[in-house]
Design a protein around this ligand. Structure first.
Ligand SMILES: Nc1ncnc2c1ncn2[C@@H]1O[C@H](COP(=O)(O)OP(=O)(O)OP(=O)(O)O)[C@@H](O)[C@H]1O
Length: 218
């Protein structure tokens, strides 16, 4: 079991604007955390810092009391679903896409992992041979999630996963998230619109002018 803490995180891309200011957050077993805020408020940036993709300008990301080391041990604990599924695709088949991280980490049982992840998100086996760039938005999002979970991460980070989905796609995604929640492994999700995830979340944060504040749950 792992706990992640963001401690006094500041971040700027350049000197014109502070994107994050003194951001603190704890992410523990059982958490389903939503981060909301207007477009451009820094939600993706914050998620990338948690995932070890971006370095904070100051402050620390801590796992079980120790600053994270951006190495394979850390990245293997993370599943990251990008805002636009196609941005994370790099392979010629859906199978290879879902297998990609597990292969990189040198894990065993690749075929079983891919099939388990595909089945978890409700992907038909026939789709595994398709090109990931030729899928519908809903299928692509499922492949992106399967790719993020096949290596069995502890933390799951999803960036605006409901965007671009139709009503059925949103309902499907809610079912996937609801199943994942049963594992009690922590989830952090960014969303403009909380209505789809309100039922799952135990903590809601608002990012505004660089500052993160926790909202009271209704
Ligand atoms: N690589 C970059 N270089 C410079 N500025 C950037 C870079 N990436 C993002 N930004 C800027 O940083 C700010 C925060 O961006 P970010 O993508 O984190 O916001 P967001 O809340 O996720 O937005 P959205 O809801 O529209 O996805 C924005 O003003 C954006 O233009």
């Amino acid at each position: 079991m792992f706990q992640l803490n963001l401690k006094n995180i500041d971040f700027s891309y350049d000197s014109s604007r502070k994107i994050l200011q003194k951001v603190n957050m704890e992410i523990s077993q059982g958490d389903f955390i939503a981060i909301t805020g207007r477009s451009g408020s820094g939600k993706t940036t914050l998620l990338k810092i948690m995932a070890g993709i971006l370095n904070p300008s100051s402050g620390t990301v801590v796992i079980n009391g120790q600053p994270i080391k951006k190495d394979e041990h850390y990245y293997q604990k993370i599943g990251y679903v990008m805002q636009y599924a196609e941005d994370q695709f790099c392979c010629e088949t859906v199978f290879e896409e879902i297998a990609f991280a597990s292969k990189n980490f040198g894990l065993n049982g690749i075929k079983a992992r891919v099939e388990k992840a595909a089945s978890f998100v409700g992907l038909d086996k026939k789709i595994l041979l398709r090109n990931p760039f030729d899928l519908s938005g809903g299928e692509a999002r499922k492949v992106a999630i399967a790719s993020a979970i096949a290596h069995d991460p502890f933390f799951l980070f999803l960036d605006e996963p409901f965007s671009g989905l139709d009503k059925l796609g949103k309902e499907n995604l809610k079912k996937i998230l609801s199943k994942w929640k049963d594992s009690k492994k922590p989830v952090v999700i960014t969303s403009h619109n909380l209505k789809y995830i309100h039922d799952f979340t135990n903590k809601i944060f608002l990012l505004e002018d660089g500052f993160l504040t926790q909202k009271l749950m209704m």
